[in-house]
Write a new protein. Structure first.
Length: 130
């Protein structure tokens, strides 16, 4: 997840193009979000509770951990996933905002510069020690 976050941060994404059609896709996004929420409610409601006697049988540890995690602790697991998702989106938003103190080079201005603009030769008489 951290690697994915750094890859997204390093991409040069033009946010103005992404924000142009945001309102146009809002109805479709709302419908998809509601469908995902309804599916999650059906899936979580259909899972049976796992008792400690069922876990104590001879099943591998990973299977027992999966059963407990996705039955008894599914809500805290989902909440932790949402918190991590929000943290990742916040980190991306913080890195993508323009920095007011950052200095950027402008290659087009660097190419236009002539030597007379940068160097000034001044003739000065030499000084002698007396």
């Amino acid at each position: 997840m951290v690697l994915f976050l750094f890859v997204v941060m390093m991409l040069d994404i033009n946010l103005s193009k992404l924000r142009e059609g945001f309102v146009n896709y809002m109805p479709v996004a709302t419908i998809v979000g509601i469908l995902i929420l309804v599916e999650m409610i059906f899936v979580v409601g259909a899972w049976p509770e796992v008792t400690s006697s069922e876990i104590a049988t001879n099943i591998p540890n990973t299977v027992a951990l999966g059963k407990v995690l996705y039955t008894n602790y599914v809500y805290p697991f989902e909440i932790a996933a949402v918190i991590l998702l929000v943290a990742m989106i916040a980190a991306i938003a913080l890195t993508m905002r323009p920095h007011t103190r950052a200095k950027y080079q402008k290659p087009e201005e660097q190419v236009k510069v002539r030597s007379q603009d940068r160097i000034r030769i001044v003739k000065m008489p030499s000084e002698s020690k007396e």
